[in-house]
Design a protein around this ligand. Sequence first.
Ligand SMILES: Cc1cc2nc3c(=O)[nH]c(=O)nc-3n(C[C@H](O)[C@H](O)[C@H](O)COP(=O)(O)OP(=O)(O)OC[C@H]3O[C@@H](n4cnc5c(N)ncnc54)[C@H](O)[C@@H]3O)c2cc1C
Length: 715
Amino acid sequence: MNKKKIVIFALIALAIVAYFQFGLGQYLNLDALKAQQAALDDYHRQYPWQVAGLYFVAYVAVTALSLPGALPMTLAGGAIFGLLWGTVIVSFASSIGATLAFLAARFLLRDWVGERFGERLKAVDEGIRRDGAFYLFTLRLIPVFPFFLVNLLLALTAMKARTFYGVSQIGMLAGTVVYVNAGTQLARIDSLAGIVSPALLASFALLGIFPLIARKVVEGVKARRVYAGWQKPARFDRNLVVIGAGSAGLVTAYIAAAVKAKVTLIEKHRMGGDCLNTGCVPSKALIRSAKLLSHIARAREFGIASAQASFDFAEVMERVQKIIKTVEPHDSVERYRELGVEVVEGSARIVSPWQVEVICHDGTMQTLRTRSIVIAAGAHPFVPPMPGIEEMGYLTSDTVWNLRQLPRRLLVLGGGPIGSELTQTFARLGARVTQVERGPRIMPREDPEVSAMVAERFRAEGVQVLLNHQAKAFVIEQGEKILIAEHEGKELRIAFDVLLVALGRSANLTGYGLEELGIPSGRTVEINEFLQTRYPNIYAAGDVAGPFQFTHTAAHQAWYAAINALFAPFRKFRADYSVIPWSTFVEPEVARVGINEQEAQDRGIAYEVARYDIDDLDRAIADGEAHGFIKVLTVPGKDRILGVTIVGEHAGDLIAEYVLAMKQGIGLNQILGTIHIYPTLAEANKYVAGVWKKAHAPATLLRWVERFHAWRRGG
Ligand SMILES: Cc1cc2nc3c(=O)[nH]c(=O)nc-3n(C[C@H](O)[C@H](O)[C@H](O)COP(=O)(O)OP(=O)(O)OC[C@H]3O[C@@H](n4cnc5c(N)ncnc54)[C@H](O)[C@@H]3O)c2cc1C
C-alpha cells in the first residue's frame, strides 16, 4: 500500500473508531430522535441554515463512512425540514455520501482486487459496463443488500463514478421520499420496521425491475427491426441448418441431433473440413513420420551405433492420406445420417434469415426453411498480395498435402504455429528449410524464452530461421525463384525451390449470403457473446467466428451455438472462454492454458512464477528427452493458477491436468497432494507444484517445528 492509501485508510479507521468510542450511535436511533425533536425544531427555527448545513455534513459523513444510522437520520430530515426540503437535503447528502464511500473503497481496494482476481474481475467488469446502471438502479430500489455493501462492492468494478452517483440519486429518490415523509410524522412512528408496508415494498420492486424489463423490450424491438422486410415462413421444415461440416459444424449438428432437433448439415467440399483433410490430422501424421526420422538421426544417443532410414517421400505422403482415410469414418456422411442428421452435399447460401439455398453436388437445388442457422464455414490460408507471389506457384496448408516430391529448398513464410510445425517437419524429412518471419521471434504468442528454445532447436536441426525479415517481393532470376526480403534496412535475396505460405488463416466470409443479408464482419463474422450474428436466429462458430482457430475451440463454441440456436430465447448461454488451452506440435512441444508472463505483464496482472525444469525429471532423462520446463503462473501468495506453459515432450498431453485444475478451481496444493505415477512425464506437474509449495513454506511454523524436534531429541 502506498503512503496516500495508508493515510486515507488511517483517517477512515480513526473516524469509525471515534464514532463507536464516543457512542455517537446513541443519538441516531428512533427514541433519541423523538426525545430530541422539540429541541431540534427549536434550533432549526433559530438557525435554519446552520442546522441544514450541519445535518447535511453529518449525513454525508454517516453514509460515506458506512456507519449505521442513515435511516433514523432520514426520518429526522423529514421531522426537521419537512417533506420537500427534507427530501432535497437527504437525496443529495445520501448520494454524495454513497459516492464518497464508493470512491474511497475504489482508491483503497480496486488495484488490490484487480491484481488478485484480474481474470474474473474482467468478466464482472464487462457485465457492469453493459448492465451496471440497471443493476444499481434495481439494487437501490430493492435493497436486497445493505446500501453500504452496494457502495463498496460496486467500487471494485469498472462502474464510472458519475454513473454511480447519477443512478444512486435517481434510484434512492423513491425510498427517500417515503422515509422523509414518515419522518414528518415522527411522533407517531413506533418502530423502523413498520414504515414501509408490504404493498409499498412490492411497488418498489416493480419499479426496480422496470428498467430491466424495458431494456429487454427495447432489445426485442431492435431484434425485430433487423427482420423487417424479410418474409418469415409460416412454418419451418427443420429446427436448424448448419453450414459447413468441419469441427464446428459437425459438433453443432451432432448436439442438435442428440437433443432430438431436426437438423440439416451442408458441406460443399469434404466432410471433416480443414482439421481432417488439410489441418490437424495430416499435419500430425506427417509430424509423426518426421519424428521417427529425427529419432533415427539421434540413434547414437540411444546407444545404437548406426541406424539409417531409407524412405520415399511420396510414400510418407501416402501414409498421411491413409491416416485421413482411417479417421474419415468418424466424420462421414453415413455416420452423421446414422446419428439422425440430415446431410446435404452441396454449396449453401443464406437467402433469408430463415432460408438456405443449396446447390447440391448432383446439380439439383434445394431451399431449406429453418428456424435457426449456424454458420460454420471455416477459414482459408491467407496469401498476401505480394509482387511476384502468384508466379511462384506457392503452396499453402491446403495444398502442401498434394506434394509427392520432397522440395530441395523449401521457403516457409511465417513463424506462427502452422508455419513452425511444417518448417521442422520438412527439415526432418530432408528438405533445406528457410523460415522467414518478419517479427523478432517465431511463435510470438508464447513467452520469448519459449520462442527462443524452439528456434534454437530448429537451428540445431539445420533450419535457417530468419527473424526480423520482411518479405517484399518474389522474382525469378536465371530460372531460380528468389525472395527479396528486407532485414535491418538492407535488402537481401533468398533462393528457394518451393514456397510455402503460412501467414495465418482468414475467415470465409464471402459467397454464401453474408453480404446479401448485411451480416457484419471484420476479420471474422461479428457475433455477440451468445454467438448470435445481427440476426438473433443466425449464429456462427469455429474459425469463421474466432477469436480462436483450433478444433477444440470450434467444438466448444459448437455446443453454445447448437444449444442457443435451439433453445433461445427460453434458455441461452454466453460462450465461456475462461480456460482455453492449445498446443503447437513442434519439438520441443509447446502447450499453454491461461495467461503466460508476456500477457500478464501486458495486462498488468500480478503473478508469481513456479518453474520446474524437465531436464531433472527421471522419465524425461530415461527417454532421452530431458529438456523443457513447466512454468505455472499463480495469484501472488495463493495457489490459484492463472496460466501454465509447458515446453517439452508431450506438453500437449501434460497440460490437460492444468486445464482441468483451472476449469474446476483446483490449486497447486491439490495437485501436489495427488499421486502421480512414477516414472512418468506427468510427475513434472506435481514437482512444479512442489516448487511452489517450497517457496510458500510457512517459515515461522517451520522454526517452531524445528524447536519441537530438538526438544523431542532431548536438546
Ligand atoms: C495445417 C493445420 C494444422 C492444424 N493443426 C491443428 C491442431 O493441431 N489442433 C487444433 O486444434 N487445430 C488445428 N488446426 C486448426 C483447425 O483445423 C481449425 O481450427 C478447425 O478445422 C476449424 O474448424 P471449422 O469447423 O471452424 O472450419 P473448417 O474445418 O474449415 O470447416 C468449414 C467447412 O465449411 C465448408 N463450407 C464453407 N462454406 C460453405 C458453404 N457455403 N456451403 C457448404 N459448406 C461450406 C467448408 O468446405 C469446410 O469443410 C490446424 C489447421 C491447419 C491448417
